[in-house]
Design a protein around this ligand. Structure first.
Ligand SMILES: Cc1cc2nc3c(=O)[nH]c(=O)nc-3n(C[C@H](O)[C@H](O)[C@H](O)COP(=O)(O)OP(=O)(O)OC[C@H]3O[C@@H](n4cnc5c(N)ncnc54)[C@H](O)[C@@H]3O)c2cc1C
Length: 434
């Protein structure tokens, strides 16, 4: 089988890979020096679109419309862009073996790729109910959402099961976004999750109460405190019902499962140091193996602001970590240094006509401010997290760009707070005057 050699290889063709390519091009890369190897069939795209506009019944987002870097307001890089720059996009190619000692990657079809410098950007895979042996979990029309192929299959099912019943398993952001978009597609939607409220990893009870109320108003049914323990299917093997642990049985034509992800580090087990489930890096995304970097969902990196090693599974970090790694690679080639990564966590989500942003860390005391009544014509509210007398995290629903900038700033500079009552009263004004 053929062997190809590249100066730089990015393994993975997702968000981080696309932003890495743009940074390589900015810094200067010669034709033939850089390759992106991806199991997907398409050039890097903005993955968050898959659970949002990609599934809209009308005006749906489609490639090439959402190739990176449009999600951050940048230039869109269609496949031709890579060709023009002499960046090789090696698509439909799954790497099944990585030998970091001999700097060789081997694909499922037996092709070998040698590199001088490797950037691991393999992202995450979904956790499947079949991983836990849930009965009937391999029935047809049970979907997971990670890659564009998954989204295409869901789009087909939405068309085939028009106005049917959808059960969404999981109450995280995928569950919330999918429930909304299935409702917009005129499905009868029920969400099921075991926790006392949705998005418990981020939302306080107060924040969650708003979204649960809003979803109820939109006609989404929510069942909390129980889990799916089995699925019934018909003679074609298509799912027909979801059996819950509390004994209830829900009719279903489509089930979407969003119960979390797992970083794809398997290829490198035993070859590279790991921490907290990810590949351990420094503030330049260098691993302990020379010439091997890891970025995006797979990297566990020093979060300078909190003096702690963390892994972040969000798009903003995927973009920024990729840029940082490329800058570090280029600087070290020129004998220069760059500043360590200094990241302020930033997550967002959108559903129905809602849109929230969160910055910082969700630890300590919390205050809820603003109008969080789901029945309000124009609800707008937020929350601060306060630790050791300082704001460390801030959340805002329906903020303007300037207001979002203001909450980011208070979380970044960790603005001191004298009174929680005063903070509750001032709410957003507190951030906007800093
Ligand atoms: C449906 C969905 C919606 C999301 N919405 C939001 C959101 O609203 N806000 C937010 O902040 N974050 C969101 N995220 C998270 C965000 O998209 C991820 O954090 C981001 O994509 C991570 O980038 P990455 O490059 O590390 O991995 P990915 O973008 O997942 O890319 C990994 C790539 O590696 C490839 N790959 C993996 N293994 C191999 C192999 N062995 N051989 C070849 N190729 C391989 C994959 O096929 C894929 O192309 C969402 C994620 C999903 C799935």
């Amino acid at each position: 089988m053929a062997e190809k050699h590249f100066k730089y290889v990015v393994l993975g063709g997702g968000v981080a890979a696309g932003y890495a390519a743009r940074e390589f091009a900015k810094q200067g890369v010669k034709p033939g020096e850089l390759a992106i190897i991806s199991k997907e069939a398409v050039a890097p795209y903005e993955r968050p679109a898959l659970s949002k506009a990609y599934l809209f019944p009308e005006g749906a987002a489609r490639l090439p419309g959402f190739h990176v870097c449009v999600g951050s307001g940048g230039e869109r890089l269609p496949p031709e862009w890579y060709a023009e720059k002499g960046i090789e996009l090696i698509l439909n190619t799954e790497i099944v073996k990585a030998d970091l000692a001999s700097k060789t990657l081997t694909s499922a079809s037996g092709a070998s790729f040698k590199y001088d410098i490797l950037i691991i950007a393999t992202g995450s895979t979904v956790i499947r109910l079949s991983d836990f042996g849930v009965q009937g979990a391999d029935s047809k029309n049970i979907f997971y959402l990670r890659e564009i192929d998954d989204a295409d299959k869901l789009v087909e099912a939405i068309k085939a099961k028009k106005n049917g019943k959808a059960v969404i398993v999981g109450g995280g952001y995928i569950g919330l976004e999918l429930s909304a978009v299935m409702k917009i597609n005129n499905f009868d939607v029920t969400m099921v999750y075991p926790e006392p409220w949705c998005m418990p990893r981020l939302f306080t009870a107060g924040i969650a109460a708003f979204y649960e109320g809003y979803y109820a108003k939109k006609g989404v049914k929510i069942i909390k405190g129980t889990v799916a323990v089995g699925f019934d299917s018909d003679a074609n093997g298509e799912v027909k019902a979801v059996k819950l642990k509390d004994g209830r049985v829900l009719d279903a034509d489509i089930v979407v499962v969003g119960v979390g992800g797992r970083p794809l580090t398997k290829l490198f087990k035993g070859q590279v140091e790991e921490e907290k489930g990810g590949i351990k890096t420094d503030g330049f995304f260098r691993t302990n193996v020379p010439d091997v970097y890891a970025v995006g969902d797979v990297a566990t990196f020093p979060m300078k602001l909190y003096n702690e090693m963390r892994r972040v599974e969000h798009v903003d970090h995927a973009r920024k970590s990729a840029e940082q790694a490329v800058k570090a690679i280029k600087a070290s080639e020129e004998g220069k240094t760059i500043d360590e990564y200094d990241y302020l966590p930033y997550f967002y989500s959108r559903s129905f006509d809602l849109s929230w942003q969160f910055y910082g860390d969700n630890v300590g005391d919390t205050v809820l401010f603003g109008d969080s009544d789901p029945a309000s014509p124009k609800p707008k509210f937020g929350s601060y997290w306060i630790k050791d007398g300082k704001i460390v995290g801030a959340f805002l629903e329906s903020g303007t760009p300037d207001e979002n900038k203001a909450i980011a700033k208070v979380a970044r500079i960790q603005t001191p707070v004298e009174s929680l009552d005063q903070l509750t009263k001032e709410g957003l004004t507190f951030a906007c005057k800093i």
